[in-house]
Write a protein that binds this ligand. Structure first.
Ligand SMILES: Nc1ncnc2c1ncn2[C@@H]1O[C@H](COP(=O)(O)OP(=O)(O)O)[C@@H](O)[C@H]1O
Ligand SMILES: [Mg+2]
Length: 206
């Protein structure tokens, strides 16, 4: 079942006298539990897309449906409430705690939500293994690359919600490779990347 359906999404910005069509009838579907990486060169509209999906910005036309709900049709405060309840964000600065190791950074999020002891340890390790950091559990977060830190932040964000659907904008090739699918934003539209489906956690589990 698709939990995210993007239909004919358009968003333009005025630049002086000309109009820049950043999203030009973009379409995409993401299934529940799927991990999708969005790639695209700088200025291709990745942030614009995420802002529309999360309801921070409004589309000129087209729709974004999340769990069967057209979020483009929601007005405030429903839009903000829906976003808070249903969407988790990982920002570009990951806010990892340098005094804790990689596994402790993820475990802290669990402990703050009442998951403790062996279960918290096991779940944080499993989540980190899933994002390809199983061999870095007790390393320092400062020693990780930017892409690796992004993966720790993602593990931390989704570890509480098993089966979360993940849409991640990344330049980290390892992270993109570990996704189920890669969508490239180009000329205002989302294109399935050529080698998509070839790897990813779902394929790896088969
Ligand atoms: N609020 C805005 N006003 C005017 N132009 C914008 C605005 N937000 C984004 N843009 C333009 O839209 C294009 C895509 O930006 P963005 O979505 O940030 O790309 P990316 O995240 O892929 O680097 C850029 O040309 C940018 O200048
Ligand atoms: Mg951006």
């Amino acid at each position: 079942m698709n939990v995210l359906i993007i239909r004919q999404l358009c968003r333009s910005f005025r630049e002086g006298v000309r109009v820049h069509r950043v999203l030009d009838q973009a379409d995409a579907r993401v299934a529940g539990g799927e991990a999708v990486a969005v790639i695209g060169r700088s200025g291709s509209g990745k942030s614009t897309l995420l802002n529309l999906i999360s309801g921070i910005d409004r589309a000129d036309s087209g729709t974004v449906e999340i769990d069967g709900r057209d979020v483009t049709a929601l007005i405030e405060p429903q839009r903000t409430l829906f976003r808070r309840a249903r969407i988790g964000f990982v920002y570009q600065f990951f806010n990892l705690l340098p005094t804790l190791d990689v596994e402790e950074n993820v475990r802290l999020a669990l402990e703050l939500n009442g998951v403790r002891g062996a279960e918290a340890r096991q779940r944080s390790a499993a989540m980190l293994t899933e994002v390809g950091l199983g061999d870095r559990l007790h390393g320092a977060v400062d020693a990780l690359s930017g892409g690796e830190q992004q993966r720790v932040a993602i593990a931390r964000a989704i570890t509480r919600a098993r089966g979360a659907t993940l849409l991640v904008v990344t330049h980290d090739e390892a992270l993109a490779r570990s996704a189920d699918r890669v969508l490239e934003l180009r000329d205002g539209q989302l294109h399935e990347a050529a080698d998509s489906h070839s790897s990813g956690r779902r394929a790896a589990a088969r």
